[in-house]
Design a protein around this ligand. Structure first.
Ligand code: ADP
Ligand code: MG
Length: 439
């Protein structure tokens, strides 16, 4: 596996064990003391080996030395978390090659990777594998939110809970993977999930560009009245299909929660038809664009108390974008939450509740407690986006710039001898959320 992270190939098996020990220790200690690292690593060779590994890991910025009130110790950095996740994906053969960084999302880093895919659908392990381009999404919660805020305020008296960004990033990845598995199995136009480990999800590469980047002209020329009519019909068809997509999600019990021009990828129909991927064309005969949906950490049950708001917000996002970009305003107001509920009721009657994606996400191990923890984060983040004062504040964090400006850290401009971009290393930061036990 070719990796662009400088130190990845040079870590010894002892180094990996010590890195893992720091991660395990983080579950019980905010700062993990060296004695705990030694015992958790289970290395019989003893303290010397562990200390050597600790300095190698610290030098590569995979762990960081910290003091707390009583002792010195170490914590896992985002870089360390990245390494552990990449290591796991590499060992399970989900990733055989790490390519270049494709983008920086609002709350993620996106990389092109190569994954081996059985060339014939077969359960046999000896089926030949074809390398295929895929996407690695490293979840990075806390990157854009709560950024400017520098004071810590606790809520609900003493009943506050500290959740680290790393923990929330793992939750986000776990939920995204579970949702994608269920949506993909239900035949919705989403990437094929390949694997999930920690905060890192591997999925198929969708052959499309974000709707955000699709200009009016992409719907065809508009020189004659007939062309203009055709172009308008195509825009209307895409709009109708996106609204229908929101309702198809309602059929299976969920709301996307972040349904917008960045999370809808558009594929041109001629290409789709060529690849035999477009089985939806007959539903919307005028359309030249096939929409795909990505980015599922905010997916929400239709039974959630805020579901009406979330559904309306998703619909409104698309309406606003179509009006602004394509000067298109539909005759009707778009689907309402009541309509979404009716669709769910009908679908449940005919196909049973087992098809519900919200039920399947929970059954896959993403518990209600986890959902509340992650939901609390997104609610606060969206308040900040809307300019409201969020209830949660970030504790002062002053060492992040230090870490990023360290040339050993493989920062923003890093690249290895193969010309691959190095991973961007981020610090873990603490966020305090209201206790989830509150009514
Ligand atoms: P974020 O939560 O940070 O918004 P996204 O899942 O939306 O992350 O991914 C960010 C960007 O990366 C997307 O807008 C899209 O351009 C690209 N991207 C993500 N996943 C895929 C995929 N499976 N196929 C193609 N492009 C993708
Ligand atoms: Mg997105």
């Amino acid at each position: 596996m070719k990796l662009n992270i400088k130190a990845f190939r040079y870590l010894s098996s002892e180094d990996w064990r010590v890195l893992q020990a720091v991660e395990t220790g983080t579950k019980s200690h905010e700062v993990v003391p060296t004695s705990i690292i030694i015992s958790l690593s289970g290395l019989r060779t003893g303290a010397n080996t562990v200390n050597k590994a600790i300095s190698a890991l610290a030098k590569a910025n995979l762990i960081a030395k910290e003091k707390n009130m009583k002792y010195d110790g170490y914590r896992l950095t985002y870089g360390g978390l990245d390494y552990l996740a990449m290591h796991a994906h590499s060992r399970s053969n989900a990733i055989i090659h790490l390519g270049s960084q494709m983008g920086i999302g609002k709350e993620s880093d996106i990389y092109l990777v190569t994954t081996p895919r059985p060339s014939t659908p077969s359960t046999s392990t000896s089926a030949p594998l074809t390398p295929e381009q895929a996407i690695l999404k490293l979840h990075r919660l806390g990157r854009t939110s709560f950024r400017q805020l520098r004071t810590l305020r606790s809520y609900h008296g003493s009943r506050t809970q500290k959740l680290s960004w790393q923990y929330l990033s793992r939750l986000s990845a776990q939920k995204e993977y579970a949702a994608m598995q269920a949506l993909h199995a239900a035949g919705l136009p989403v990437p094929r999930p390949v694997n999930w480990n920690r905060h890192a999800v591997v999925m198929s590469l969708v052959p499309g560009t974000p709707l955000r980047a699709v200009p009016l002209g992409a719907f065809g020329p508009a020189d004659t009245a007939a062309q203009r009519a055709q172009r308008d019909a195509r825009i209307a068809a895409l709009y109708a299909e996106l609204m229908e997509l929101a309702l198809k999600l309602a059929d299976v019990g969920v709301i996307h929660g972040d349904f917008n021009e960045f999370n809808i990828l558009i594929q041109h129909v001629p290409e789709a038809a060529e690849e035999g991927m477009d089985n939806r064309a007959s539903e919307f005969p005028e359309r030249v664009m096939t929409p795909w949906v990505i980015d599922f950490p905010q997916i929400t049950s239709l039974d959630h108390p805020n579901a009406p708001q979330y559904f309306d917000r998703d619909v409104q996002c698309i309406k606003d974008f179509f009006e602004k970009r394509y000067h298109y305003v539909a005759d009707d107001g778009g689907p309402t939450f009541e309509e979404a509920r009716r669709r769910l009721a009908t679908a449940t009657e005919t196909r049973g509740a087992a098809r519900r994606i919200d039920v399947q996400i929970e059954a896959a191990g993403f518990s209600r407690k986890m959902a509340k923890e992650l939901g609390g984060y997104y609610d606060e983040a969206s308040k900040e986006e809307e300019g409201e004062e969020p209830e949660v504040f970030l504790p002062p964090e002053d060492d992040e710039d230090k870490e990023q400006s360290n040339p050993e850290a493989g920062g923003h401009n890093g690249g290895d001898e193969n010309g691959f971009q190095s991973l961007i290393i981020h610090n873990d930061q603490e966020v305090t959320l209201p206790s989830q036990e509150e009514p």
